[in-house]
Write a protein that binds this ligand. Structure first.
Ligand code: BES
Ligand code: MN
Ligand code: ZN
Length: 490
């Protein structure tokens, strides 16, 4: 989709030649004059439209406007959530029309609002087509974001565009079925990102993984006919001497549970078990566009979790790259088994922070539902920054505990650690397992099991938490700019 930023007052919007014009209206909005303002008062007076969040009104060939269609979309008090909802509803309605060129008239040049509105429009316009030839691709091909002052919004618009492309990539790979998104295809997608000058990519296969001693990761993959891949991405935006942020994404391209087989109903959704990996790919795509002065490494252990004659069995003990042995009590707790080796691998980059992103536990869905991702962190500053990045991008997370007492149940008579404890606090005990492998750097873990995709009629990947990860990385770049010796000399 072609995105464009324009200065657009209501008066200018009235003479804008587009297939559809979306005008956001909040309760505080009264300063406008001209035709749109008159139409708004009339619609309100007639009772056909009011400004409470969620209200909208569609006009066809509105007299006096150049636009073929007009949508008033109410944002209530103008909270970012309401702006997002208003844009989503308006674009969903227009998706059913013959609109190709659409403009959205925002009330403020406020940065958060601009990014959120642009993302909501792009999300609502997205259509999955990869394995559905009968799907009509979105007609909406040109989106104009209108703000009171385009000049002051330029920077935010660049961020919005980058985020949109990153979220789109994450959604696309999340949505692709497991037979169209194998570990090798994920690796090829990562290699594809290396077309950008700032990104390089290296892919390891079984031989290299075994040579590194990643016995835990390799064990999860061992019953699958699809060869595993360990993907290493590098975004270079700063001097090589600058320590990177490392993002680790769980890349289980399909999770059957293995010998601890999952029940049948809904098992198809375990194609989404690589959404952590997809969010790393999406973040790199966005970084290539935004070019912040920071270094980022992406690590993706990618494989399938399958049952079979060669499969890992409950009771088996594997040796991780860290040297710690792990008793596999449940082969369905495979995410932590691939992540632990990737965390050990991360150490070599001497990172300022390591963030892993994983559809790790059903228990996290029970705890937090589909609104906030679970956030665990061993470092206070990292935790606060990720919480803030989430608030800023409206890609919310919630801090969860890491008390050592929670690790009690992971004790094993036959190995250094067991891969599961009992059912209580399942998301926390999974994080406690990972923490054992993340002792050498500030570490955070995002359990995105509830937020990475939607079920039911709207089944599909969300692209989360690309917005939060991007906001976090941008924060690091801006901070190092402020403290860089070059800058402080002037
Ligand atoms: N990928 C799943 C987690 C999951 C399940 C995410 C359902 C979203 C919805 C993970 O590999 C898994 O199977 N976890 C187990 C852990 C258990 C065996 C301790 C779970 O949550 O049931
Ligand atoms: Mn599992
Ligand atoms: Zn899984």
């Amino acid at each position: 989709m072609n995105l464009e930023l324009q200065t657009l007052s209501w008066a200018q919007a009235a003479s804008l030649q587009v297939d559809a014009l979306i005008v956001l209206v909040s309760q505080k909005q009264n300063k406008h004059t001209g035709l749109l303002s008159t139409m708004l008062s009339q619609a309100e007076k007639s009772g056909d439209f009011n400004r409470s969040a969620g209200q909208s009104m569609l006009w066809w060939k509105p007299a006096g406007l150049k636009a073929q269609r007009l949508v008033f979309a109410a944002t209530g008090e103008g909270r970012p959530q309401d702006v997002r909802q208003a844009v989503t509803l308006a674009v969903q309605a227009l998706k059913k029309t013959k609109s190709a060129k659409v403009a959205i008239c925002l009330e403020e040049s406020h940065s958060k609002q601009l990014v959120i509105a642009t993302q909501a429009a792009a999300d609502a316009a997205y259509v999955y087509t990869h394995t559905k030839p009968s799907a009509k691709p979105s007609l909406i091909s040109h989106l104009i974001i209108g703000v009171p002052d385009a000049k002051s919004s330029q920077q935010d618009f660049v961020h919005a565009k980058a985020q949109v492309s990153g979220v789109a990539l994450a959604r696309e790979w999340g949505n692709r079925p497991a037979n169209h998104a194998t570990p090798d295809l994920l690796a090829k997608a990562a290699k594809g990102l290396a077309k950008h000058a700032s990104i390089s990519c290296e892919v390891l296969g079984l031989k290299e993984v075994l040579r590194l001693g990643m016995g835990s990761f390799a064990a999860v993959a061992q019953a699958s006919a699809e060869p595993l891949r360990f993907i290493v991405l590098n975004y270079k935006g700063a001097a090589a001497s600058q320590a990177p942020v490392v993002l680790v994404g769980k890349g289980i391209t399909f999770d059957t549970g293995g010998i601890s087989l999952k029940p049948g109903p809904g098992m198809d959704e375990m194609k989404f078990d690589m959404c952590g990996a997809a969010s790393v790919l999406g973040t790199f795509e966005a970084l290539a566009h935004l070019k912040p002065k920071v270094n980022v490494v992406g690590l993706i252990p990618a494989c399938e979790n399958m049952p079979g004659g060669r499969a890992l069995k409950p009771g088996d003990v594997v040796t991780s790259m860290s040297g710690q042995t792990i008793e596999i009590l449940n082969t369905d707790a495979e995410g932590r088994l691939v992540l632990c080796d990737a965390l050990t691998y991360a150490k070599r980059f001497k990172p300022i922070a390591v963030i892993d992103i994983a559809t790790l536990t059903g228990a996290c869905v029970i705890a937090l539902g589909h609104l906030r991702s679970g956030l665990y962190a061993t470092d206070e500053k990292l935790a606060q920054q990720l919480l803030q990045a989430g608030e800023q991008s409206l890609d919310l997370c919630w801090r969860m505990p890491l008390d050592d007492e929670y690790a009690e149940g992971l004790k094993s008579n036959f190995a250094d650690v067991a891969n599961v404890a009992d059912r209580a606090a399942g998301s926390v005990t999974a994080a406690k397992f990972l923490q054992r492998f993340a002792k050498d750097f500030p570490w955070a873990h995002l359990d995105i099991a509830g937020t990475a995709w939607k079920s039911g009629a709207a089944k599909g990947a969300t692209g989360r938490p690309v917005p939060a990860l991007l906001a976090y990385v941008m924060m690091q770049a801006n901070m190092s700019l402020k403290t860089s010796p070059l800058k402080s000399k002037n």
